[in-house]
Design a protein around this ligand. Structure first.
Ligand SMILES: Cc1cc2nc3c(=O)[nH]c(=O)nc-3n(C[C@H](O)[C@H](O)[C@H](O)COP(=O)(O)OP(=O)(O)OC[C@H]3O[C@@H](n4cnc5c(N)ncnc54)[C@H](O)[C@@H]3O)c2cc1C
Length: 406
């Protein structure tokens, strides 16, 4: 390396943005490139569970101001009241309804994904460039050049693939490393809490984290109850323009593609309204309290995702292109740990790249050390996610002798 270390990050998800904060704090030159046109306008907000390890990693990466705003807008509800039912609303495991535990204003145990992104962007205005879709890269004399769809490019010493489970960077440098399709199709929806309660959501389902394991399909309901509404808490940092958001439930419906009477391509073409109707159709024979849950869903925030996994976290060739978060260890959201692993990656990689920038380590050592540590917690996170997915879904393509290859 001839001059100071320059790091290019592709993707402004939780992993990429936390990495940028942690590197900037250490004075490392970093630029983040994001394909979205801006920080605003995404409909697919959903609730993210933050584990204690994830919370610690956020605290280690972020400036105090960002952490303060994240805590202020975090969910006040904690995952301590989890109940499981079958489709007849027979309790498989349901503790008696009790008073919620007292909230602690500093704890960050669940956050809204859109709010998280907007809070993470605070302080990175000159670091993140929107409207930059990565298309390819080149190596030249130990440096990496990233190319973008708008014809521009940038060159750095290191390029971090933080571009998610369908990573374009991974497709370029490790074709064939695509995460495996588990065969499960998931419909996610935001269900406004006030509307659901006014519409008669059964009391046993209110403000609880509920799993319903049906014979065909699995339904989940997870509350996002803001400690302070983001647009209100955001007055302390007006430049961020935190978007208004009401309390909601994240509604999830998982079904194996073999149990659907629609082809995959037709399924992917469905609108939010049609996806909501599909869930209603598949839960029509369930207990009425359960079959009505998706009636309350907002159509424009209802979306589909196939569940994918990298069953074993594989280190990449140690060098200037480094995988982070879902780009290297995609996992189903069943464990609520993917984003937590991504922010732990950010903390771990930032420490190694800082040592590299200071000349305390060479590039190969830095990347190997990062990947060794990452393989431990990320591997455990993948295992946990698969264990919960197996428990709730019974049928995953991964479990078939041919690995689900079709
Ligand atoms: C409904 C749902 C619920 C979930 N719940 C939880 C939970 O409770 N807890 C948890 O820990 N995890 C959860 N997850 C998983 C979590 O969202 C992911 O693991 C996490 O977002 C991964 O972070 P990342 O930074 O690696 O990638 P991402 O968040 O996927 O971010 C990647 C970024 O890269 C950008 N990008 C993609 N391609 C390009 C390109 N070519 N050029 C430039 N930019 C590009 C994308 O626009 C995006 O902004 C959930 C996922 C879903 C879908």
């Amino acid at each position: 390396m001839s001059g100071p270390l320059r790091v290019l990050v592709i993707g402004a998800g939780p992993g990429g943005l936390c990495l940028a904060h942690a590197l900037r704090r250490e004075g490392v030159d970093v630029a983040v490139y994001e394909r979205d046109a801006s920080a605003h306008g995404r409909q697919q907000g959903y609730r993210l569970r933050v584990s204690p390890d994830g919370e610690q990693a956020l605290r280690d990466c972020l400036p105090e101001r960002n952490i303060g705003l994240l805590a202020a807008t975090a969910g006040s509800w904690r995952d301590h009241e989890i109940a499981a039912y079958d489709e007849h609303l027979e309790a498989q495991w349901a503790p008696p309804l009790g008073d919620p535990r007292p909230d602690s204003a500093e704890l960050i145990s669940n956050v809204d994904r859109i709010t998280l992104r907007q809070v993470l962007l605070g302080g990175l205005e000159d670091t993140v460039r929107f409207g930059k879709r990565f298309t390819g890269l080149e190596h030249d004399h130990g440096r990496v050049t990233a190319h973008f769809a708008d014809g521009t490019s940038d060159t750095g010493d290191v390029l971090v693939a933080a571009d998610g489970s369908r990573s374009r960077v991974r497709a370029v440098v490790r074709p064939g490393d695509e995460p495996r399709d588990l065969g499960v199709r998931t419909v996610f929806a935001r269900i406004p809490r006030e509307r659901a309660h006014a519409g008669g959501l059964a009391e046993v389902l209110q403000d609880r984290f509920t799993y319903v394991i049906g014979k065909q399909g699995h339904l989940g309901l997870m509350p996002m109850i803001f400690r302070t509404r983001p647009d209100v808490a955001g007055h302390t940092w007006p430049e961020l323009r935190l978007e208004p958001a009401e309390d909601y439930y994240l509604g999830v419906f998982n079904i194996h593609r073999e149990d659907l009477s629609i082809s995959d391509s037709a399924l992917h073409a469905l609108s939010g309204t049609a996806l909501r109707d599909l869930v209603l159709e598949h839960t029509a024979n369930w207990h009425p309290a359960l079959s009505e849950v998706f009636h309350h869903a907002e159509a424009d925030s209802t979306f589909l995702a196939p569940l994918r996994v990298v069953p074993e976290v594989q280190p990449w060739e140690p060098g200037p292109v480094i995988g982070l978060g879902d780009a290297i260890h995609a996992m189903p959201p069943s464990g609520g740990v993917g984003a937590n692993a991504a922010v732990q990656d950010a903390r771990t990689l930032a420490a190694e790249l800082t040592a590299l920038a200071r000349g305390e380590l060479g590039l190969t050592d830095a990347v190997e050390r990062y990947q060794r540590e990452m393989a431990g917690y990320a591997g455990a996170s993948v295992e946990l996610s698969l264990r919960i997915a197996r428990w709730s879904m019974k049928k995953l393509d991964l479990d078939e002798p041919d690995g689900g290859a079709r």
